[in-house]
Design a protein around this ligand. Structure first.
Ligand code: MCA
Ligand code: AMP
Length: 500
């Protein structure tokens, strides 16, 4: 027995005095200090009862403390469950009831709201406020700054990340130690991340991209992270001349391109700009190269699989493609109905097999079974095509999903919330193009009442109560009936065309 995540990501840094995190106020945290902080947090959790396999929900803003919680969960062998800090009470309640964590880490204001829900599942709340204060950190000085990592198998759970996968219902994707480690190893080798690198990190740390892709590859290589708390264009531009890598969603790049401070002089010390989580427009790639001389490297991933493919670091980066399958990962294109492998050049379902693939959806064996072929390939719900050089292009999605600024939005979740109102007869939510965020949701509604303004007020109120802000439709339209095909299915493509 061992603990491969601990041995690869944390243990090598026990006596490392190099800077790990540079914060927005220019204060720094060395690797040694980070490990010591994580150890005291691990002692704190363990003193109040955490055991391997216990679940730890973290809904806290980005800071060295929330990052230390991730490291402490590796040390204690608990299952790390980060949540988007903007989730509403209704959304958070679902995750707590589903995961039944032993601990919930959140700020004071959320704690008050979550008290009843947490006690219904016997979870204890620990406070971590935005300024680092709270019951989690109050007594850290009293704990030893070394914690002996517990043993874990490579196949043991490291994290549960909630995603809606191919349907509207949120499910916890069970990610093992091996899933996470094998993927970070492939990426840091491919992208040649090393201890001289300084990574600009302006992503949230509650998703695969900001946490596992960005943080794990940095820990593996001993790189330094410019740890920007919230997306801030000025801070990113300020950091570029003294940094080497940026990882972002396409919105980062379209926003940079709009800023006249971006030029080849500013970016001359950078060696790599990486984009993922949503499609990067070919025009963005071309424009960025024209202005900076850098070709953005696009890669493709999923919560259930970590990263699957990437354009090469050395070699041709083809705009509009998500590159070649990663080292130890097998990607096939199949007929969605039969699973038969299609010929190169044919569009089909992207299916994936490899050490990166999650163990299944938490407490949902039937759902898990449906998403895998009998031969073990995971059915992604993304449609793709390989070109003659083996580069993959994502041409669409079979799953009904909107990706807005890198966040996934499931139309069904919004439709269900709108449909809860008595007056609503039916509705459809579709994504329409948006210059800044790629696409945004809009809602098309059929109601029985004549008081559309009052209906709209009630609909918006319900949406705001139940769904995080980033899921709120940008516009609402009332029509007499939804367009349907001969099978009675709502023609979302038509709505998309009509309202774009
Ligand atoms: C913020 N808002 C949004 C979004 N972000 N609305 C729709 N989509 C969004 N993505 C809303 C807020 O609710 C707010 O609304 C207003 O926009 C301004 O919010 P603010 O926080 O100031 O926005 P921002 O800081 O400029 O953020 C935009 C962002 C951010 C930088 C694009 O959304 C972001 O960091 N996205 C990255 C998400 C990510 O990490 N995805 C990876 C998932 P109001 O004004 O009404 O209050 S992992 C994944 O997908 C896979 C595995 C992969 O391949 O990586
Ligand atoms: P999530 O499971 O929330 O992490 O979202 C994963 C989904 O994001 C994938 O199934 C794709 O549909 C999409 N995605 C991720 N990276 C890319 C990319 N580079 N281009 C297009 N879509 C992407």
């Amino acid at each position: 027995m061992s603990n491969i995540l601990y041995e690869s990501l944390l243990e090598p840094h026990l006596n490392n005095d190099k800077v790990f995190l540079v914060h927005d106020d220019n204060s720094q945290t060395t690797y040694r200090e980070f490990l010591e902080l994580a150890s005291t947090v691990a002692h704190q959790l363990s003193e109040i009862g955490i055991q391997p396999d216990d679940k730890l929900i973290v809904k806290a803003s980005k800071s060295k403390y929330s990052l230390a919680l991730y490291a402490a969960s590796i040390l204690t062998g608990s299952v790390y469950i980060p949540l988007n800090t903007t989730y509403t009470l209704v959304e958070t309640e679902y995750f707590i009831k589903d995961a039944k964590p032993l601990f919930i880490i959140c700020d004071d204001s959320s704690a008050k709201e979550l008290e009843k829900i947490s006690s219904s599942v016997d979870a204890k709340i620990l406070i971590l406020n935005d300024d680092g204060s709270g019951s989690l950190t109050n007594d850290l000085d009293f704990f030893p700054n070394y914690f002996k990592a517990v043993d874990r198998n490579a196949n043991d759970l490291a994290s549960l990340l909630y995603t809606s996968g191919t349907t509207g219902q949120s499910k916890g994707a069970m990610l093992t130690q091996e899933n996470l480690l094998s993927n970070s190893q492939s990426l840091y080798l491919l992208w040649e991340i090393n201890e001289k690198d300084i990574l600009i990190h302006a992503l949230p740390i509650f998703h695969t991209h900001g946490l596992f892709v960005a943080v794990n590859t940095s820990l593996l290589s001993g790189a330094t992270i410019r740890f920007i708390k919230n997306f801030n264009l000025d801070l990113i531009i300020e950091a570029i001349p003294s940094s080497t890598i940026l990882m972002g969603v396409p919105t980062f790049y379209t926003r940079l391109l709009k800023d006249n401070r971006l030029n080849s002089e500013l970016t001359k010390n950078m060696r790599l700009f990486i984009s993922g989580s949503a499609p990067l427009m070919t025009e963005t790639h071309i424009e960025f190269e024209k202005i900076t001389g850098h070709q953005i490297l696009e890669r493709y991933g999923m919560t259930e699989t970590n990263m699957n493919s990437s354009n090469p670091y050395n070699g041709i980066r083809k705009p509009g493609t998500v590159g070649l399958p990663l080292n130890d990962i097998d990607i096939i294109i199949t007929n969605p109905d039969t699973g038969d492998i299609l010929n190169q050049g044919e569009v089909g379902m992207i299916e994936i097999k490899g050490p990166n693939i999650f163990k299944g959806y938490f407490n949902m064996p039937e759902k898990t079974k449906k998403e895998f072929r009998p031969n073990g390939y995971f059915i992604t719900g993304d449609m793709g095509i390989f070109d003659e050089d083996g580069y993959l292009t994502i041409v669409g999605r079979e799953k009904d999903l909107i990706i807005s600024g890198g966040y996934n939005i499931y139309p069904k979740e919004i439709e269900d919330t709108i449909n809860e109102l008595g007056e609503v007869l039916e509705c459809a939510v579709v994504g329409v193009p948006n210059e800044d965020l790629g696409e945004v949701p809009i809602a098309v509604i059929v109601t029985s009442s004549r008081k559309k303004e009052k209906d709209l007020e009630n609909i918006k109120k319900n949406i705001q109560l139940k769904l995080a802000k980033f899921k709120n439709p940008h516009s609402y339209f009332f029509i007499d009936e939804l367009p349907r095909n001969t099978m009675g299915k709502v023609q979302k493509n038509k709505l998309r065309d009509d309202y774009s």
